[in-house]
Design a binder for this molecule. Structure first.
Ligand code: BMA
Length: 827
């Protein structure tokens, strides 16, 4: 062999065998059919059977009209999927080929060229199947056969001698909300819901890479890079972290290596409100003879998170210390953004997280009845400084604990830790949503006539999964710095006094208990991880419920069907009656229902923030929706901000000035969540009539009294000369200023409920400043100004004070902006 032939032979061999490469099989042509039938139809991967049936016009869109009912048959059927793909000789020449299913929903059998290679039983696991021996050059057939999850679940449920609430959903490791929720349709689907790919590798591959932060000081971050490497043959390799190379020896088979790595003068990842969420890119390579054979890229953030629970005179604290400082958590609960998750775009994830950042949040809880979210969700949280409270996917039921289930859960936890643990946003792992609460407080044992043994068994199952299997798996698979575990949210049910003195709390006395919003002032927990109230979606989203011309009426069947709480309409009406005039006109009803929701949440959040540091967190229920629906969300299915989201943005400002009326005294609270404390601030309070006349102006200089972040000032109500007869036509305007007179915070306080206010008709004028900017002005107080139109307004549902104006930005130009205010609902 002459030299040049030898050289090119080696060169080709290096190209063939050196690199790791991937081939996405999702982009091949896929087909599907009902297992009982013969006709194959076009399918999409990633996808779900409902979407494929919709695309083939076999079922109507379940989000529209009353179609949800019409598609229920789908869950009882078995479905087959298949594709064929061509493999080249070059591809088959790789030493190893893995077929990777990043997600299969749920009970499926995977066949390659007619051979059964894998059975799956957990939507949340990743399946890696070595397939080199099963592949051939040319055409290969890949088939996936799904069994109805409902039918399999029913069989599994038979093994337990008692009835389980909402059986069979807890027997199947599948997104629980697919079985229907009080904000979600029942759409128990099936399908290849994540990418399928072929991974080609030679000599060695990374199974996973975990970054551990051992110590973090101002001078340096001490990291340990843990890599699990599978090597074909033993030998010497190089391991590179951002080009710094180290020699390692690998044995054949599985290897665990740990390499220290330091970052000097680290820039911290700070949560939103405290600074930038700085990120560092780590490129990790495995080389053999100077050729890269495997690589991984990780983007990390340097931060510390601790959960502080210390006994005190009232109970036990519950708060997060981030980078050494106590952080007041402001945020929300996240549910899947669609009932059909494969169609959630990256842009949708990005927008919802940006909207959360814009509303001054620093924490989101991923609720346990949904899915472990896509990487894009965590990427967005990393980039926007949002910490994630991550539930494991169990919610509001009793779960079994037989050997198979335990193993399945352990492997699910392992897969999710490997996927999520390097994200700086990840703060806490939580075992479940409301499973403890369901067992202790929801009375199922009585309802289903459990024997004493049955009840004991349920508790044993609970302990096994949430106090053993999951925490043990976290210890085994997560690095030391990513092991904060909280077994159940809430830790104690809302009916118990202890839920207010320790742990996290879901306070549902409002809504479920139908107590007035004002009860929030009394029921202040240490950390509120859920509380909420429903409001209608925006008009655009309401109209999208109809396939044809919308019939906007509360009596309309479609409108009624898009409220999934059995007493939802009634509860909204009952609360509306207390605080507002109930409009008969649909558009006005929609508007008031949103105001009502925003008002309820404002009361809750203010009560929580006034109680800082007793209370150190407030996460309202819920950020988003999975279809167009009347729900607790602040952003509707189409991404529009409801009145609540605008209110959240105001209520979650880092520095706020709040008013509390108690025993003939007005207490003013200046609350500061910034790292930098208040210095010399002054509070200016105006008492004004709705027509703009000032009754009184008071200024209080606070000097050093407010160094701890909360400033409390008390004033007898009479000092503002607000007599009983003036309560309904006057208000307070509070402005907090720094020593230079710059405004730090502003708020308005009304003495009466909205329905009792003696409003006069405002003349609201809208002036166009540019195609995307308007100026809104009024003569007398315009309460709850609602700007209408198909655009996003930078502010909306706000109070416009007498003889003032406000500039508002529009996301896109509008011909005409319509406007209404609370006065229009008072007749
Ligand atoms: C909470 C959540 C959800 C539910 C919400 C409203 O308990 O965990 O299960 O949708 O209440 O009812």
């Amino acid at each position: 062999m002459n030299k040049s032939i030898l050289f090119s032979f080696l060169f080709v061999q290096n190209i063939l065998f050196a690199q790791f490469s991937e081939r996405n099989l999702s982009s091949e042509k896929w087909q599907f059919k009902n297992a009982k039938e013969n006709k194959w139809l076009t399918a999409s991967v990633p996808g779900t059977v409902h979407l494929d049936l919709m695309n083939n016009k076999i079922i109507p869109d379940p989000y529209q009209d009353e179609n949800e009912k019409k598609v229920q048959w789908v869950e009882n059927e078995d479905w087959d999927y298949q594709t064929s793909f061509k493999l080249s000789s070059k591809e088959l020449a790789n030493q190893n080929i893995d077929l990777v299913f990043n997600g299969s929903d749920t009970f499926s059998e995977i066949y390659l060229n007619g051979k059964l290679l894998q059975s799956t039983d957990n939507m949340f696991r990743k399946w890696t199947i070595p397939v080199k021996q099963n592949l051939k050059i040319g055409e290969n057939i890949l088939q996936v056969k799904f069994k109805s999850a409902v039918n399999v679940g029913k069989e599994l449920a038979k093994r337990v001698p008692f009835t389980t609430p909402e059986s069979p959903r807890s027997y199947v490791r599948k997104a629980q909300y697919q079985f229907g929720w009080d904000w979600g349709p029942r759409l128990v689907t099936a399908g290849i819901w994540k990418n399928v790919q072929l991974n080609f590798w030679n000599q060695a591959k990374f199974e996973n890479v975990k970054i551990e932060q051992k110590a973090l000081t101002r001078q340096k971050a001490d990291l340990n890079i843990h890599a699990e490497i599978f090597a074909e043959k033993e030998g010497k390799y190089s391991f590179l972290i951002n080009k710094i190379s180290q020699n390692i020896t690998l044995k054949s088979g599985k290897n665990l290596i740990s390499i220290p790595y330091q970052i000097q003068n680290p820039k911290l990842w700070q949560p939103n409100g405290w600074g930038d969420p700085n990120l560092y890119q780590l490129k990790i390579l495995l080389q053999k003879d100077s050729k890269t054979i495997a690589e991984k890229s990780e983007r990390i953030g340097l931060r510390t998170v601790e959960l502080i629970q210390e006994k005190d005179e009232k109970g036990k604290s519950f708060y997060f210390k981030v980078n050494g400082n106590p952080m007041y958590a402001k945020g929300t609960n996240w549910i899947p953004s669609d009932s059909f998750t494969p169609r959630i775009t990256k842009a949708k994830y990005q927008k919802l997280i940006k909207d959360s950042k814009e509303a001054n949040m620093n924490m989101i809880r991923v609720w346990g009845g949904g899915i472990y979210e896509d990487d894009e969700f965590f990427k967005a949280c990393d980039e926007n400084g949002i910490l994630v409270w991550q539930d494991f996917m169990f919610a509001g039921s009793f779960y079994p604990s037989d050997g198979n289930f335990q193993k399945n859960v352990e492997l699910e936890v392992k897969d999710q830790i490997e996927k999520l643990q390097n994200h700086p946003s990840l703060a806490l792992w939580c075992g479940n949503n409301e499973v403890d609460e369901a067992i202790v407080n929801w009375g199922y044992q009585k309802q289903f006539k459990y024997s004493k043994e049955d009840s004991l068994q349920v508790w044993k199952d609970y302990k096994k999964i949430f106090h053993e299997v999951i925490p043990n798996a976290i210890k085994k698979y997560a690095t030391n710095d990513k092991q904060i575990y909280w077994p159940s949210s809430p830790s104690i049910g809302w009916g118990h006094q202890e839920s207010l003195t320790e742990g996290d709390s879901h306070y549902w006395g409002v809504w479920w208990g139908e107590q007035p919003f004002e009860i929030y002032n009394e029921k202040v927990p240490r950390f509120a991880s859920e509380y909420g109230f429903q409001g209608m979606p925006t008009l655009e989203t309401t109209k999208s419920m109809f396939s044809g011309a919308p019939d906007l009426s509360l009596q309309n069947g479609t409108i009624k069907a898009h409220e999934k709480h059995s007493r939802g309409w009634e509860i909204i009406d009952n609360y509306m009656k207390r605080d507002y005039h109930i409009p008969t006109d649909f558009v006005k009803y929609n508007y008031v229902s949103q105001l009502l929701q925003a008002r309820g949440m404002q009361i809750a959040i203010e009560a929580h923030r006034r109680a800082k540091p007793y209370n150190m967190g407030t996460l309202y229920w819920q950020l988003n929706d999975c279809w167009p629906v009347v729900s607790w969300s602040s952003i509707d299915y189409l991404g529009n901000w409801k009145a609540l989201h605008y209110q959240i943005k105001r209520s979650f400002e880092n520095q706020v000035i709040l008013t509390e009326e108690k025993d003939e005294v007005l207490n003013f609270y200046a609350v500061n969540d910034e790292l930098k404390k208040f210095e010399d601030v002054s509070l200016i309070v105006y008492a004004k009539k709705f027509n703009g006349d000032t009754i009184v102006r008071r200024r209080t200089d606070c000097k050093k009294r407010c160094l701890d972040g909360i400033l409390k000032l008390a004033s007898p109500k009479t000092s503002f000369f607000i007599s009983e007869s003036e309560r309904d036509n006057s208000f307070l305007n509070l402005i907090l200023v720094d020593k230079k007179g710059n405004k730090i915070a502003e708020s308005n306080y009304f003495f009466s409920k909205s329905k009792d206010l003696k409003l006069t008709k405002p003349t609201i004028q809208i002036k166009k400043i540019s195609p995307t900017e308007i100026e809104v002005s009024t003569d007398v107080l315009a309460k709850d100004v609602y700007l209408m139109g198909d655009t996003h307004f930078s502010d909306n549902f706000f109070d416009l004070l007498p003889k003032t104006s406000k500039r508002i930005k529009l996301s896109k130009p509008l011909e005409k902006v319509e406007v209404m205010s609370l006065f229009d609902t008072m007749n």
